[in-house]
Design a protein around this ligand. Structure first.
Ligand code: FMN
Length: 126
């Protein structure tokens, strides 16, 4: 959890996508403990870290929403820079940030939030 002015300042130097949030969750995985798939040959050195982090982050978003806290998911940063700046162990990979904050009373989702892709463009029946 990135909350202190010092820690927020470090992150804000590396990405504009904290948008001044008072609390930012940095969701990471650890290469020492992540699941590696010995059956995978299509993707070189595949591991489940990104998927694991995404599952955890989505659940964090739901939990925050229950508390009236809004979140923004961002990956616009260099993971190595973030790891080094925050002094995280070398095995730890920052996967994404979740900016957290209470919405202003008249806040609205961005218009593209309401755009929907036709289901046929996303689902292929085999
Ligand atoms: C993998 C991924 C990375 C993203 N990275 C950023 C980012 O770096 N900065 C940003 O402003 N939004 C980023 N977004 C977009 C927003 O978090 C969010 O998905 C977008 O505003 C649409 O959300 P909504 O449909 O709930 O309104 C990213 C989204 C995804 C899925």
């Amino acid at each position: 959890m990135i909350k202190s002015p010092e820690a927020r300042g470090k992150l804000e130097k590396l990405t504009p996508y904290t948008y001044g949030a008072p609390v930012v969750l940095l969701v990471c995985y650890d290469m020492n403990t992540v699941w590696k798939n010995p059956r995978e040959h299509l993707l070189k050195d595949y591991n489940s870290g990104e998927q694991d982090a995404a599952i955890a982050a989505v659940n964090m978003m739901y939990a925050a929403e229950e508390l009236g806290i809004h979140t923004l998911w961002a990956r616009g940063f260099d993971a190595r820079e973030v790891r080094m700046e925050l002094g995280l162990p070398e095995s730890v990979v920052p996967a994404l940030i979740l900016d957290m904050g209470y919405p202003v009373p008249d806040s609205r989702p961005h218009p593209i939030h309401f755009r929907r892709m036709p289901v046929e463009d996303m689902v292929t029946e085999l």
